[in-house]
Design a binder for this molecule. Structure first.
Ligand code: ZN
Ligand code: ZN
Ligand code: ZN
Ligand code: ZN
Ligand code: ZN
Ligand code: ZN
Length: 369
């Protein structure tokens, strides 16, 4: 497909040395140069700019060899080498000179000196000459020993003038030059397509690189937002925990105060009761009957004290309500976050698909490398 160097010269030529690329590198603006040429250019200047479109780069770009382009260049080099393999004159003796033309009628190749009769002698002047080739037999009809100078469109094959009136009689035959010209037009169209495909792929690489950068920045931003959301949630839970602990401490203090007061009250009552006990003890031994009868009722009447057996102290608060509330909260958080994360993941995968290459519909054989 890429039959000669000239066919892709623009794509394979460095605009600095005007030669075929050696280790081609691509600038961020999408232009290609030999690695050595571009480095030399940047070493000799204060700023780094593209020698082709003059775009300036803040930082000297990290130059990596464009392997796709290098393979393309190697492919073209190989093809052009095959083409220029020398054909030698069949008539030179001893030191054979390079052939200038091949004659399809004589089925031989000639150097400048030995070609001379073909340019002078009238009979030889009619011979069909062509650029020298080593495989001359492929240009001759094996059946009739005549040049294959016609193309049968019905059979899509090259034929000689005798074929055209025998085996290919009444077939649509045209001079090979005419058919070749038509095929060349077709090839040029294909070549344009190939070149367009190369450009599209280079552009796609830039698109992907650009998307990757945007994505990286967005990911960092989104990570920060998510961390903030989680931090809010954790802070809120921590605040509730602190409040709860403070409340419990206050309750503990209040309970301690109440207990202290009760103990003091009880001690006060014990003192009073002891005094009464002493009085009763004394009265039990008295002989003053009148006095005993006078105060008997006040000493025996029930004293106005608390109903102590009914007072009991709480030793612990019930945890159940809080435990149930927190377990429920944890389950809700787990469930909601699992759902949210899977939804976000789906969204991100969708985003990733947007970046991938659209498969080209062109025939795979058109892809040069
Ligand atoms: Zn160069
Ligand atoms: Zn450029
Ligand atoms: Zn010769
Ligand atoms: Zn000849
Ligand atoms: Zn023939
Ligand atoms: Zn035919």
């Amino acid at each position: 497909m890429l039959s000669s160097m000239s066919s892709l010269s623009e794509e394979t030529q460095c605009s600095l040395c005007l030669d075929v690329f050696t280790d081609p590198v691509s600038t961020p603006c999408g232009h290609n140069f030999c690695k050595i040429c571009l480095n030399k250019c940047w070493d000799n200047s204060q700023t780094c700019s593209c020698p082709y479109c003059k775009e300036t780069f803040k930082q000297r770009p990290d130059l990596k060899i464009n392997t796709t382009l290098r393979e393309l260049v190697d492919h073209c080099k190989k093809k052009s080498l095959e083409k220029t393999t020398e054909v030698l004159c069949d008539f030179c003796e001893e030191r054979k000179l390079k052939a200038l033309k091949s004659c399809l009628v004589c089925q031989s190749s000639y150097c400048e000196t030995h070609l001379e009769p073909h340019l002078r002698v009238t009979r030889l002047k009619k011979h069909k000459l062509m650029d020298p080739v080593s495989n001359l037999e492929d240009y001759i009809c094996q059946k009739h020993e005549r040049p294959l100078d016609l193309f049968c469109r019905d059979d899509q094959t090259c034929v000689c003038s005798i074929c055209s009136v025998k085996d290919h009689k009444n077939h649509n035959t045209v001079p090979i030059e005419e058919e070749s010209q038509e095929k060349k037009t077709e090839l040029m169209k294909t070549q344009k397509d190939v070149q367009l495909m190369i450009q599209n792929r280079i552009k796609k690489i830039q698109d992907i690189k650009h998307s990757a950068e945007v994505r990286k920045i967005n990911t960092e931003k989104e990570k920060a937002v998510r961390v903030e959301l989680f931090t809010d949630l954790i802070r809120s839970i921590e605040r509730h925990q602190t409040e709860l602990l403070e409340m419990m401490e206050e309750q503990q203090k209040a309970a301690e105060k109440q207990e202290q007061e009760l103990i003091e009250e009880l001690e006060q009552e014990i003192t009073e009761l002891k005094m009464r006990n002493t009085e009763l003890e004394q009265l039990s031994h008295t002989e003053d009957h009148l006095h005993l009868l006078q105060i008997h009722s006040s000493l025996c009447s029930s004293t106005n004290t608390r109903n102590w057996p009914e007072i009991s102290m709480k030793t612990h608060e019930s945890l159940e309500t809080l435990r149930r509330a927190l377990t429920q909260l944890k389950d809700t958080i787990d469930e909601k976050l699992t759902l949210t994360v899977s939804t976000e993941l789906k969204w991100m995968q969708q985003y990733a698909v947007d970046v991938t290459l659209d498969p080209d519909t062109a025939h795979p054989k058109l892809i040069p490398v």
